[in-house]
Design a protein around this ligand. Structure first.
Ligand SMILES: [Zn+2]
Ligand SMILES: [Zn+2]
Length: 447
């Protein structure tokens, strides 16, 4: 796509022996709260193929039942990389999980108290990638002392992020930990309710082991580039899918071996040579702007400040969104591109594109049939969204082809999400809202 930046010369030779793997390492199983019953390993394997994803996190390895499925259904294919037993091919699975830590920020210890707005009690989500089933089971043993692992695929654990990293690394130093959706108000390390302004503050003595952050749906890399303190961190993108269609709505494109790779090689690729990330439009994320869902109030950070961050309707404190927190921590102008920054593209899931263009619901038979036809013709969803030529696509489906051309050119209108409400994309009616700018850059601007 047009966003690709020129690759440094020294990497080019290596790349000939590599291929691009699309990886989504943050998903959930049917055992996590508010997640679809359809999230089984078999279905995940199938949906990954349909989307064009080569490598998927298992999600929820901390849950005993899910771990049992992982052990029953998968086998190791290369060190730390798994696939369906007897298949020798198909989707590669990496052991992954997300945990919700609850702790007292003032005392710096884990807390059994429930979250309350006015206390020092905080919650923070962290993701872990484990290098083997043995490591994952060892991690589960240690973490089970801090919470009920059976209660949720994303368990609630009484410990600080510092204690958590230390505990996981005591089991296996190669386990890879990163803060999940770093900017979301209640559960993100930099979220408006967490109050941390840096990785050092949040992880204390263990901060040196954090090498990456997940940007989450409501922010994209260009927003994160405005904070110089994040230059040393890889920016991870994952879907955090709670149902099959959401798998891959954000993902990473990793340059790795043509004939396969190990867990350690994958971590090296994440840290050092991510080729590109695939991003949700951040305005579409449900915490991009500030606001109050119940009051129907949505405000840009600038407008929220005019009201002193107080809701003009109910006079309570607004839920401060991701863009506002970025503005608070940014020490660079909007549009700044750091040296060596990994390029990215925005994408809209294909079912949503078809639904927008046709005016039919995303779960309807019409959308499903059109989707299946396009997948048959182009091989996978990412082939349609990222690789197909505008001519081919328009020949297959004129409306969808034109909409995808507009998405690739960032020429669409979005009403930003706020306080838990997803943003609304309008592909068919190109008015000036996005072009007017919510502090975003167009893909062409990175050329
Ligand atoms: Zn989370
Ligand atoms: Zn209100």
């Amino acid at each position: 796509m047009q966003a690709k930046r020129t690759m440094p010369k020294k990497r080019r030779k290596e790349e000939r022996m590599n291929m691009k793997h699309i990886a989504d390492l943050h998903i959930h199983s049917k055992y996590a709260g508010a997640c679809s019953e359809q999230l089984t390993l078999k279905n995940l394997d199938a949906v990954a193929k349909e989307k064009g994803i080569s490598t998927l996190g298992t999600g929820d390895f901390t849950h005993p039942e899910w771990m049992r499925s992982i052990k029953e259904e998968l086998e190791e294919r290369s060190s730390g990389v798994y696939s369906f037993k007897g298949s020798g091919s198909g989707t590669r699975f990496i052991l992954s999980t997300e945990v919700s830590l609850v702790f007292n920020k003032e005392s710096g210890t884990g807390s059994k108290q429930l979250f309350s707005k006015d206390s020092g009690i905080k919650k923070m989500h962290n993701c872990v990638l484990a290098p083997s089933i043995d490591a994952a089971e060892g991690i589960n043993d240690v973490l089970s002392k801090h919470g009920d692992m059976k209660a949720d695929g994303r368990p609630l654990l009484s410990m600080t992020s510092e204690e958590f990293v230390e505990a996981v690394r005591c089991v296996d130093k190669n386990a890879f930990i990163f803060p999940a959706h770093a900017w979301t108000p209640w559960f993100g390390v930099f979220g408006s309710m967490s109050g941390f302004d840096s990785i050092a503050e949040a992880y204390g003595s263990q901060a040196k082991h954090i090498r990456a952050i997940e940007t989450g749906l409501s922010s994209d890399p260009s927003m994160n580039w405005r904070i110089s303190g994040l230059d040393d961190y890889a920016l991870i993108s994952g879907s955090d899918a709670h149902s099959l269609p959401k798998v891959g709505r954000e993902a990473m494109v990793l340059e790795m071996g043509k004939d396969g790779f190990s867990f350690d090689q994958m971590i090296d690729a994440i840290i050092g040579s991510t080729a590109m990330t695939i991003e949700f439009y951040p305005e579409e994320g449900k915490y991009h702007f500030d606001g109050h869902r119940r009051c129907g109030i949505s405000l840009s950070p600038k407008d929220a400040l005019k009201y002193n961050n107080i809701c003009p309707k109910c006079r309570r404190k607004l839920t401060i969104g991701v863009l506002h927190r970025i503005e608070e921590l940014a020490d660079r102008e909007d549009g700044y591109v750091p040296k060596g920054a990994v390029p990215f593209v925005h994408a809209v899931p294909l079912r949503e594109v078809i639904a927008y263009v046709s005016g039919k619901g995303v779960g309807t038979e019409y959308v499903n049939n059109s989707y299946t036809n396009l997948i048959k013709r182009f091989g996978s969803e990412f082939n349609v969204l990222l690789e197909s030529s505008a001519e081919e696509l328009t020949a297959a489906d004129k409306g969808v082809g034109e909409a995808i051309a507009d998405i690739r050119a960032n020429d669409i209108n979005i009403i930003p999400g706020y306080d838990g409400v997803f943003g609304i994309i309008d592909i068919t009616r190109k008015v000036a809202a996005r072009k007017g700018g919510f502090g975003q850059k167009r893909i062409g601007d990175f050329g």
